[in-house]
Write a protein that binds this ligand. Structure first.
Ligand code: 2AL
Length: 256
């Protein structure tokens, strides 16, 4: 199966580190195709970054409508439901995947994320995903996303210290890493923490394999049906839902 791992920010180095983490856990027969959004913010650290990043994400899905599953590799899960409208293949957001994984291996988790201003985005996701009872707290390290791309003792120790504070103060029994760029920290953190440490990129790969392997696809009945065809105005005319992967291709999904 072919899983398209989309980094919705435009930093290719970050895509490469997520790709390495994804390939490490993928089944031998799974092909991970990691791509970087061609337009959008270099990092997603707020509501505006997130809103604008969705177009670059959608470009990648429309450019490749035949993947078996898609992963949105940013912890805000930007454009998750829009992406699910666009394709019948499963689309997995790493935040949703990580929170679900946490509840399979623990009864409570805290999220350790990047800048303090992104905390509210994670808190909203916790509520939307029905995870409020399990999520003890969302904690920020105040590390900018792109600092995670420069492996350093400072970055490692800052994230580790926040995870330790979570265990001591929140009484959680697992840790969810709140940024796609933290996938590379798993090997450092896991031996140093006495609880499961969950990274969304790697669990999203395994959930994607599970959904594809069991023949589960996104429902096209109800609100995840393909977007209603209609013209869009102005500079966003090319995003009109009449165009699917660059042209009308309802047969792609009808044939599956
Ligand atoms: C992220 C992420 O995963 N990628 C990105 O650019 N921003 N999330 C975050 N909480 O900072």
């Amino acid at each position: 199966m072919r899983i398209k791992l989309i980094n919705p920010n435009t930093t290719a180095a970050m895509t490469r580190s997520m790709e390495a983490a994804a390939v490490e856990v993928a089944a031998p027969s799974t092909v991970i195709e990691a791509v970087t959004a061609r337009s959008g913010p270099v990092s997603i650290e707020g509501h505006y970054d997130e809103a604008i990043s969705v177009l670059g994400l959608i470009d990648e899905i429309r450019a490749d409508p035949d993947a078996d599953a898609y992963i949105i590799a940013c912890f805000g899960d930007p454009g998750l439901l829009a992406a699910r409208e666009l394709t019948a293949a499963p689309v997995i957001g790493i935040a949703e995947a990580a929170m679900h994984a946490a509840t399979f291996v623990s009864t409570s988790f805290s999220i350790v994320t990047t800048l303090d201003r992104t905390r509210i985005i994670s808190e909203a996701l916790v509520r939307n995903y029905g995870m409020a009872a399990a999520c003890r707290r969302v904690r920020a390290t105040d590390l900018p996303v792109l600092d995670l791309e420069e492996p350093s003792d400072m970055v490692n120790q800052t994230v580790l210290a926040e995870c330790r504070r979570a265990l001591a103060e929140d009484h959680c029994d697992s840790i969810v890493l709140g940024c796609a760029g933290m996938a590379g920290l798993l090997d450092y953190l896991r031996p140093r923490l006495p609880v499961p440490v969950i990274d969304g990129v790697t669990v999203a790969v395994k959930f994607a394999e599970a959904l594809v392997g069991t023949g589960l696809r996104t429902s096209k009945h109800g609100d995840l049906a393909y977007p209603l065809p209609k013209p869009y105005g102005g500079k966003l005319a090319a995003y009109a839902p009449l165009l699917y992967g660059g042209e009308e291709r309802p047969e792609i999904d009808a044939a599956r």
